[in-house]
Design a protein around this ligand. Structure first.
Ligand SMILES: [Zn+2]
Length: 75
């Protein structure tokens, strides 16, 4: 009766296999996140005055600290 050298844990001898992430699956999410980031940058940096999408100063005041944190000109 021959006994083979079986590792006690499969992870002990397994080499790490890189996970393949096809660009085709990532691209829609990357575009979505890019558009979302552009909207956030717009609201933080330019949502006021003549370019405002919403009337009033609610959005401007809501992101006011972020505006100063990112060094956008304000007041
Ligand atoms: Zn300010």
């Amino acid at each position: 009766m021959a006994t083979a050298a079986v590792p006690t844990s499969p992870a002990a001898s397994a080499e790490p296999v890189p996970v393949r992430i096809p660009v085709r699956e990532v691209l829609p999410w990357a575009l979505f996140m890019g558009v979302l980031a552009l909207f956030m940058i717009y609201f933080v940096g330019a949502e006021q005055g003549a370019t405002a999408m919403f009337s009033g100063t609610g959005v401007h005041e809501f992101v006011h600290d972020g505006r100063h944190l990112l060094a956008f000109p304000c007041h």
